[in-house]
Design a protein around this ligand. Structure first.
Ligand code: MSK
Length: 627
């Protein structure tokens, strides 16, 4: 157990810019996530094992299997307690992604109703394709098409809709398996709500039943809310195409007004970006002595802008506090998810404005702007003007931008990937058959202060590409890959000779950036396209997923929908289930017999690479291909 939860507090092991800014923060008397983790360590072993329960006031209870405290007050044992906790954990992640997706559908609806001038349809062809896919009228007035597509997706959020619109993308064998196991999600909102109901005391007391419903809940996210978020974001803001930009703290500019957009949704950040190029606003920046307004991203809002607009990415989850410590950030504009509450206090120690924009994400002490589709354009201008005011108060003696930016290539939507292959998956399938690409792994997810920052992502990925395994990356893994030189075509020099040759021929990196957290749905869709083209279930493909440094409920939901979709998934840290040997065994092996995939938990990235390589070899052999 201990090896999984040992915090990495050895400064010499951090990337250069992290260690440098942690030192600066400490010299300025600021505590960061690593310091707070140290104060929390050792953490509660019952919670780590999933054996504590605070869901009713007969408790809280702590279960000690095998001793006289092997049940809570209600009689729940270790297996049931772990299952209840895990179910709620997954429901939280699924709800977060899916509510994000709903926001995009609501903007699409407002566009369809003609009630917003701030937003429009950038990819009409994709919207019409979606209408056709959903069996709706695809021709005619684009606003009417937008309205009917939005209404169809609203129905997916309800309890008694016609069935999730995107389930038509799921390969037939997988759909039949889900139907047989009662795993087919019935409504995007319904499944997480039912999970909260089932885990109330005295409802579902079967740990296996709860785990299966957790899988159904996660599928309502992956093939429902997240997929809606991705697809409708593409419709409104444009489907990504490959482009080059930069990552790392070095994207901050000493002579410019620096605004960082943070969170997950493109709805606000796209408006901030537009406001920052308004000539009248740029004139104000000049008057303030700045050479312009520099927009850069953090976390998945950053990934959204990186994918579609080639906007630079300043950092990932564990860099968010440190960006403020540079002393060069005028404003952080936050929407929701993965935004540390500590950012408010740290901002107040500098000239930085911390701005919140969502009515569902309030941060006491922040400057609050409630963005809606009706006021977004105007509010975005106000936010940028306030940042220009803040620039006048910047203290140059406190500015330290410790590194140079690193070039990356991004924008690999499925449309871009398949488009580059002539519009069909056939060339990719031929490359897989020939062993040029032995398989593919999605390396996704967060950072966690318990681990050496970025190291798991990068080490695992290097192990995979060395074996001619293509890597697709999303979320906070992205800047780790970028800093390691893996997101440019020259990164092919770190790959095996077959994959390297393909990358050089196509001018692509060995690691393709496919987007943000919700964009893991792109990976699901691509797997489904490949499975259909070969005529197999997704579980037969030589593919896998990995979240080496994950921390969040959303990452647990992603991992579970990947497994329930037939994609074996590696985790660098275990979920809080180890207190139940039965559920742990189900997660790491039993699920293979149920859904044809399971979790691998391995903290060592080199060993994880070997395990995933072995998995891909076995899948290739089963398809009659060379290992
Ligand atoms: S932001 S969920 S830390 S990837 Fe999507 Fe990053 Fe993980 Fe949040």
């Amino acid at each position: 157990m201990d090896e999984f939860f040992k915090p990495a507090l050895d400064c010499s092991m951090w990337p250069e810019e992290t260690g440098c800014l942690i030192d600066k923060a400490r010299s300025e008397g600021l505590a960061l996530a690593w310091d707070r983790l140290a104060k929390q360590t050792p953490q509660c072993n019952f919670c780590e094992m999933g054996l504590s329960c605070a869901k009713c006031v007969m408790g809280p209870c702590r279960i000690i299997p095998g001793l006289d405290r092997n049940q809570g007050v209600c009689g729940a044992d270790a297996d049931l307690t772990v299952a209840r906790n895990f179910g709620r954990f997954v429901a939280g992640g699924s709800a977060a992604h899916s509510d994000h997706g709903r926001d995009l559908v609501e903007v699409l609806y407002e566009i369809g109703c003609g009630s917003t001038s701030a937003y429009s349809i950038r990819d009409e062809a994709k919207l019409r394709r979606l209408a056709e896919e959903f069996g709706l009228k695809k021709d005619g007035d684009i606003k009417q098409v937008a309205k009917t597509v939005a209404e169809r997706l609203f129905a997916d959020y309800s309890t008694h809709g016609p069935g999730l619109a995107f389930l038509g993308r799921v390969p037939k064998a997988r759909r039949e398996l889900w139907d047989k196991l009662s795993l087919t999600p019935r409504g995007i909102d319904r499944e997480p709500v039912e999970m909260l109901h089932r885990t109330h005391m005295g409802v579902d007391c079967d740990p296996v039943s709860l785990c299966l419903h957790a899988a159904r809940t996660s599928l309502s996210d992956g093939w429902g809310g997240s997929m809606a978020g991705t697809e409708i974001s593409d419709v409104i803001f444009g489907t990504p195409t490959p482009g080059k930009t930069k990552v790392n703290l070095g994207v901050l500019k000493k002579d410019m007004v620096n605004i960082l957009v943070h969170g997950h949704s493109p709805v606000v950040s796209e408006m901030i970006l537009a406001a920052a190029s308004d000539p009248a606003i740029l004139a104000e920046a000049t008057k303030a002595g700045a050479s312009g307004v520099n927009i850069a991203g953090l976390c998945c809002t950053g990934n959204e802008l990186l994918m579609r607009r080639s906007i630079p990415l300043a950092g990932n989850h564990m860099m968010t506090e440190l960006t403020i410590v540079t002393g060069a950030v005028e404003t952080i504009v936050a929407d929701y998810q993965c935004i540390m509450p500590s950012l408010v206090n740290i901002s107040q120690c500098y000239h930085t404005k911390f701005v919140t924009t969502s009515d569902k994400a309030h941060f006491p002490g922040a400057d609050t702007y409630h963005f809606t589709p009706h006021n977004a354009g105007e509010l975005a201008k106000q936010v940028v003007l306030k940042a220009i005011e803040a620039f006048k108060k910047r203290d140059p003696s406190r500015v330290n931008i410790p590194v140079e930016p690193v070039e990356v290539m991004s924008g690999f939507s499925n449309e871009a990937i398949l488009g580059a292959l002539g519009g069909t998956p056939t060339p990719l399938i031929e490359a897989i058959k020939a062993g040029t690409v032995r398989g593919a792994v999605g390396v996704v997810g967060c950072n966690n202060p318990k681990l050496k920052q970025d190291e798991q992502h990068v080490t695992l990925t290097r192990e995979l590409i060395k074996k001619d395994i293509l890597v697709l990356v999303t979320g906070c893994a992205t800047s780790a890959m970028g800093k390691a030189g893996l997101l440019v075509p020259e990164g092919a020099s770190q790959a095996g000779s077959n994959l390297a040759g393909l990358c050089r021929t196509l001018g692509i990196p060995p690691v393709l950036h496919v987007g943000s957290c919700v964009d893991n749905s792109r990976i699901l869709q691509l797997c489904a396209v490949l499975a259909d083209a070969i005529g197999v279930d997704i579980s037969a493909l030589p593919v896998a997923a990995s979240a080496p440094e994950w921390y969040s409920e959303k990452a647990a939901a992603i991992g579970l929908y990947a497994v329930a979709s037939g994609i074996t998934t590696h985790l660098g840290l275990p979920p809080m289930i180890l207190g139940s040997p039965a559920i742990t065994s189900l997660a790491v092996s039993g699920l293979n017999d149920v859904v044809g995939a399971a979790f691998i938990v391995e903290p060592d990235p080199v060993k994880a690479g070997k395990l995933l390589d072995g998995h891909i070899s076995r899948k290739r052999l089963a398809l009659g291909l060379s290992a």
